[in-house]
Design a protein around this ligand. Structure first.
Ligand SMILES: Nc1ncnc2c1ncn2[C@@H]1O[C@H](COP(=O)(O)OP(=O)(O)OP(=O)(O)O)[C@@H](O)[C@H]1O
Ligand SMILES: Cc1ncsc1CCO
Ligand SMILES: [Mg+2]
Length: 298
């Protein structure tokens, strides 16, 4: 992993020391993570797709970060060099976009800027497989997120990815996520009905979220930039991934409960969800410890 320094001293909630191999669950404090984000206001450069770019920018801002979406080969290295986090999302990647993502990723690695990769649609076409392979081979990725189908495809498991949607059954997703972490060196977040967060040694399930989130295009993309925001403000990539994934799911639940206004369907739910992201730090933030369980993986 590229790791990142903490020159601003924001630090963040610690606690994953006891995680690998001991049966423990990291003690991650969500309020401290949210406060670290608010204190640091991390600048996040997202090289992302044309479909959900605006939602990704807004979610960055609503967590307390600062969004920028430089995707110009001439400046992206400079922009990432002054950023606190970088997201590469290959949802609508082009030939030139592939090179831009690699330039951005290399700049992140050189400067110790936390790097998140979302290999959207890997497994659907040979081109996406090749681009994803380059990203995880040539770059040191701190956190990698994808839906169950994408994570399974990355490790060569049977996966059904149609376009960018995961449509298969994935009984072995925790094992696939750990294998993906071993292959990439990243902390892996496999999203779906239950999110899995995996390291090379172990896997955790994060029980947060709501089925309405699956009805909105781009909730995976917005999870990706959420992970970049948290990785920028929280020292340890596993703590960042757990806090970010849990916070995101809690926002989805609060929106579904109507805490941020009534919704009539997926479109108005999306608005309530974005408001919940913006308001989560001021809403009562429950202890996330009881949302995270360790999964035994062979
Ligand atoms: N049935 C569900 N129940 C609870 N949470 C869900 C459900 N479906 C999706 N989510 C949540 O929605 C978010 C996105 O997950 P999903 O796996 O749908 O991403 P994705 O397929 O990459 O999305 P997209 O391609 O639209 O960006 C995650 O935070 C996940 O926990
Ligand atoms: C629908 C779609 N196609 C490419 S990216 C994207 C957004 C959700 O991943
Ligand atoms: Mg996705």
């Amino acid at each position: 992993m590229s790791g990142h320094d903490d020159a601003d001293g924001a630090g963040g909630p610690g606690g994953s020391d006891d995680a690998p191999g001991t049966g423990g669950v990291p003690d991650v404090a969500l309020d401290e993570a949210l406060a670290a984000v608010a204190g640091e206001q991390p600048l996040i450069n997202s090289v992302t797709n044309d479909v959900t770019v605006n939602d990704v920018a807004n979610v960055t801002l609503y967590w307390g970060g600062l969004p920028v979406m430089s995707d110009d080969e001439r400046e992206v290295g400079d922009m990432v060099g002054i950023a606190d986090g970088c997201l590469l999302n290959m949802g609508t990647v082009s030939e030139s976009g592939e090179e831009t993502m690699l330039t951005a990723g290399r700049a992140a690695n050189e400067r110790g800027v936390p790097l998140v990769v979302d290999p959207v649609g890997v497994g659907a076409t040979p081109t996406r497989d090749r681009v994803a392979d380059r990203l995880v081979t040539d770059l040191d990725v701190d956190v990698l997120n994808g839906n169950y189908g994408e994570i399974s495809a990355l490790v060569g498991d049977d996966a059904e990815v149609r376009g960018v949607e995961s449509v298969g059954e994935y009984a072995e997703i925790a094992a696939a996520a750990v294998e993906c972490a071993r292959k990439t060196g990243a902390v892996v977040v496999a999203s779906g009905e239950t999110d899995i967060v995996a390291t090379e040694e172990t896997a955790f399930e994060v029980d947060a979220g709501h089925s309405m989130m699956g009805a909105v295009v781009g909730t995976g993309c917005m999870l990706g930039v959420t992970l970049a925001v948290f990785a920028a403000a929280v020292d340890d990539p596993l703590d960042a991934a757990l806090a970010g994934t849990a916070a995101y799911g809690l926002a989805g639940e609060l929106a579904a409960e109507g805490a941020f206004g009534d919704y009539r369907g997926p479109a108005s739910y999306k608005i309530a969800f974005l408001d919940a992201v913006a308001g989560l730090a001021d809403a009562s933030t429950p202890d996330i410890a009881d949302r995270i369980d360790r999964i035994e993986v062979r």
